[in-house]
Design a protein. Structure first.
Lengths: 347, 549
């Protein structure tokens, strides 16, 4: 599901909430989730402000245009577009949140500018045969987890006029290596001794779950490496399954316990391009970073390189789940430190 | 470092722990060819060492020579079928892993537990070679001249092998499916949203075998809730005399931690029951910790399973939900007590108390309620529509509790009945500070472990006081260290009373009296409806209903 409608980012966030302690301010267990998830989205200032700026700063682009908001949630992007002078905005969302969106749009006096439709993009009937601009906040954890990108691509292929614009239109994924001994021990090593008992059957499962969490900049041991860029104007659904190489260079002698992944988003159709990053160097976003623990601990010296592959594909049975494989190869003349391996993850 | 390492060559690969369910992908050669080498000679890890052998035959030869372990002979002697063989290998690997190099393979019963269906090693090539080995043995007997017959036989063997293997996959898959579905049940109790998602995961389980079930996190957070887990541990370990040689029933055992505490404390027998398929993990964990002789894990509802004993001496259970009674698991504990507890048996914990206190938190109201009045220049307060209908579970600061708390229900676990869990009780609280508005009510519970069923819980018992008297107890209130239960907050909808003047400031020392009620949400769900009716001596009054779901 999209990030702003009824499905919170599922499993990880509910697990987070159970652990919950460090984020107690915005964590609720019960049905307040319905509100809480939207509150978290809207309060993600980096996210919401980037959309707002990319729309408000480009009134000349939006003026008198027909705009489609894919996965409109509470309708905030639709309202931005309407205020920016769009001729008409169509917001589509599967979730019942759209009833709230209707009330909100009404209260803000934009009902005649915005049409809200509940249903699947593939099934709803739009009041316009074609649209000039598609706006969507489709990104999930690890960019693609529970993402709505395939729906956006369907909308593009079906409704976007030739020469039409997509906001945002570029997404780039990055990986880097981090030192994370303490937390790895807390998450993985924990199962070795639980109140004096061996809990190793739980350990294997823990290793195979990527962790969504904030990573401090100082934990980075390597330079980041861009692994893939999606241009929404041209990308196809098939491209979302990929296998790409990476190469990371250590910036200091340290240990690598995990690779992390994040993404940057660009609104290149703007008069002056707007972008934001969800990386560890940038301001907090609710997407945080995604942590993939490696089986080995890599002991690296400055300027040494770790190479490997990241493979991602939607799960055959549930397209919103991802099967991710990460291989790593650390070659060094010092045979005691060389390592090679890989791990499978599902999120 | 040579430059060729910058981009790993296409086809470089890595161990693929998913290879069973992904075998169909082996046609996609890129990157996987090293993983799925020639069927003929899969490297095999030794049964008794970490040494890698080029194939299963050479490995078994070494086992026979060095460790006097003849797998093929055992297969024959015990008349093992395909699944038995798999279990045998995993059993031996488990034993060796624990340091036992002479596993007892005299009887099939030693490794008949389904636990051994789960591979100890990822991609254990030995498991896939088992039938080849058996066949190779037979091959010697086939006259070389009967080529045609041999081909036919091989074809038959191949077919049989395929069938058996799919049977194996089904068995493993079924166990995964069960596990997932039960996890889903559990999840559905605590959060209705991921359950839809979890249904998808269930379908996923068709992939079987290697499925990362994401709900590890729940068990992790339970175990890491040290207030909770420490209390159970302390009670059991500090009262070994109580547990020694006793029969204990653990209702809703989860990963089995409480059962293992009891076993370590000297219980004669522990029966661990859980309707969730986490029980499969519990079985493994119990086994890995050498407590398999004491602890019996049973999957199912306590109302439906057959226990191996008529009565038990102690029932231990961690049944508490949000607001204490959300999840309705306590009904099952009461059932277990009435059905299985011996007349002088002990409940652990023995008492629970529910408390209520007045709540005022202007910061929370500002950041989560007023927020919706202006979101990037838009009015979005229709998002607030339902917030007052639903109880909020969150962690509150002690400073938000603006009056003394009062116990509104005491639950003596030895005697309380299911009927008593729906109630309407009176309360009276006194404000201990001035507030601009009463924002709501905070509810939490305290848990006590009295060491005998005769012990009486003092009125107005407080865990910190009781601990000084040597009674293991804990609070989930805002004054204690945070637990995963946090507190349950009932926010007052003052807008509803707008006609009556909305919220009003209240003074220190003012008394509020009222009634609080708990009712099960109708649909027979696990939810609870909580009602509060209140009135202050300054005419601040109201009545409101919240659901905890």
């Amino acid at each position: 599901m999209d990030t702003e409608s009824d499905s919170p980012q599922g499993i990880t966030s509910s697990a987070d909430r159970m652990v919950g302690m460090e984020h107690s301010e915005v964590r609720y267990f019960t049905s307040y989730d319905h509100h809480g998830i939207h509150e978290e989205m809207l309060k993600d200032d980096v996210r919401t402000r980037s959309y707002r700026d990319s729309i408000y700063q480009n009134r000349h682009i939006f003026k008198d245009k027909v705009v489609l908001d894919v996965g409109c949630g509470t309708g905030i992007l639709s309202m931005f577009a309407a205020r920016a002078g769009a001729k008409h905005v169509i917001g589509v969302d599967m979730s019942s949140i759209i009833e709230k969106a209707r009330q909100i749009v009404d209260v803000n006096g934009l009902s005649d500018k915005i049409t809200l439709l509940q249903g699947k993009m593939e099934e709803v009937n739009l009041p316009f045969p074609k649209v000039d601009i598609i706006i969507s906040e489709w990104m999930g954890y690890f960019l693609l987890y529970e993402s709505m990108l395939d729906t956006v691509l369907y909308a593009r292929d079906t409704y976007l006029n030739p020469g039409g614009l997509i906001f945002p239109d570029k997404a780039t994924m990055y990986v880097a290596g981090i030192e994370d001994g303490d937390y790895k021990d807390d998450k993985i090593g924990f199962w070795d001794n639980v109140y004096g008992f061996d809990y190793s059957p739980m350990k294997e499962i823990a290793l195979n779950e990527p962790l969504v969490d904030t990573v401090e900049m100082k934990a980075l041991v390597t330079d980041p490496c861009a692994i893939i860029t999606f241009d929404l104007n041209t990308v196809t659904a098939a491209d979302l399954a990929f296998k790409v190489p990476y190469a990371l260079t250590a910036k200091r002698p340290d240990f690598i316990h995990a690779l992390i992944a994040w993404f940057d988003i660009e609104f290149s159709a703007c008069h002056k391009p707007i972008h934001f990053s969800t990386g560890p160097h940038a301001k907090y976003t609710h997407w945080k970073q995604t942590v993939f623990y490696l089986r080995d601990v890599l002991t690296v010296e400055e300027e040494e390189r770790v190479t490997g592959w990241v493979e991602n594909r939607p799960n055959d049975k549930n397209k919103r789940d991802l099967d991710i494989s990460i291989s790593y190869k650390f070659e060094t003349p010092d045979a005691t430190r060389a390592a090679e391996g890989g791990c499978f993850y599902r999120m | 470092m040579s430059s060729s390492n910058v981009n790993p060559p296409v086809g470089e690969s890595f161990p693929d722990s998913h290879s069973v369910s992904d075998s169909s992908d082996s046609s996609n050669e890129e990157g996987w060819e090293d993983v799925e080498p020639d069927e003929e000679s899969q490297p095999v890890v030794g049964l008794f060492t970490d040494q890698i052998f080029p194939d299963a035959r050479s490995m078994l030869k070494e086992c026979k020579g060095k460790y006097n372990f003849d797998l093929l002979k055992i297969q024959k002697d015990l008349d093992l079928d395909f699944l038995d063989n798999i279990k045998l290998v995993n059993y031996v690997r488990t034993q060796v892993k624990k340091g036992n190099n002479t596993p007892d393979v005299s009887s099939k019963s030693n490794f008949e537990d389904d636990v051994y269906l789960k591979p100890v090693l990822e991609d254990d090539a030995l498991l896939y070679s088992l039938d080849d080995l058996a066949d190779e043995q037979g091959e010697d007997a086939v006259p070389a001249t009967e080529t045609n017959r041999q081909v036919l036989e091989l074809q038959e063997n191949l077919e049989r092998l395929q069938n058996q293997f799919s049977e194996y996959r089904l068995a493993v898959q079924k166990s995964m499916d069960d596990q997932l579905s039960k996890e889903d049940d559990k999840l559905a109790e605590s959060n209705p949203q991921p359950s839809a998602k979890a249904v998808d995961r269930l379908q996923d389980a068709e992939d079987g075998y290697f499925v990362s079930y994401a709900y590890n996190g729940i068990h992790e957070s339970m175990l890491k809730d040290t207030i909770r887990t420490d209390a159970y541990r302390d009670f059991v370990y500090e009262n070994k005399n109580v547990f020694k040689d006793k029969v204990v029933l653990d209702v809703g055992c989860g990963t089995g931690i409480l059962s293992m505490f009891c076993a370590k404390a000297g219980a004669k027998k522990v029966i661990a029951v859980d309707n969730s398929n986490i029980i499969d993990r519990a079985k493994e964990i119990v086994h890995d910790n050498g407590l398999g002789d004491v602890i019996t894990c049973i999957r199912g509802k306590i109302e439906e399973v057959t226990l191996p004993v008529e009565k038990v001496d102690i029932i231990i259970s961690e049944w508490m939900g949000y607001g204490l009674l959300f999840e309705a698991m306590f009904d099952s504990v009461i059932y277990a007590r009435d059905r299985y507890l011996a007349p002088n048996g002990l409940m652990a914990p023995s008492h629970a108390t529910l408390r209520l206190a007045p709540y005022a938190d202007p910061d929370f109201i500002a950041s989560h309620i007023s927020f919706w009045n202006n979101v990037y220049g838009f009015k979005m307060d229709s998002m607030l529509h339902k917030i007052y209908d639903e109880a909020v579970v969150r962690s509150t600061q002690p400073s938000t509790i603006v009056g003394g708390s009062q116990i509104f229900l005491t639950l003596p676990l030895h005697t309380i009945t299911v009927e008593e869990l729906s109630f309407l009780k009176e309360f009276q609280v006194t404000l201990n500070q001035d507030v601009d508005a009463l924002d709501g009510w905070a509810i939490w519970f305290d848990i006590f472990f009295m060491p005998s069923r005769e012990s009486v819980l003092p009125e107005d018992a407080i865990p910190s006081d009781m601990r000084k008297k040597g009674i293991v107890s804990f609070t989930t209130g805002p004054d204690g260290i945070e637990t995963h239960w946090q507190q349950t907050i009932l926010l007052i909808d003052h807008a509803k009373d707008q006609a009556k003047g909305g919220s009003q400031a209240l003074k220190k020392g003012q008394v509020i009296t009222g009634k609080i009620g708990y009712e099960k949400t109708e649909k027979g769900s696990r939810g609870v409806d909580i009602s509060v009716q209140w009135e202050s001596d300054s005419n601040e009054k109201g009545v409101q209903l919240w659901s905890l779901q």
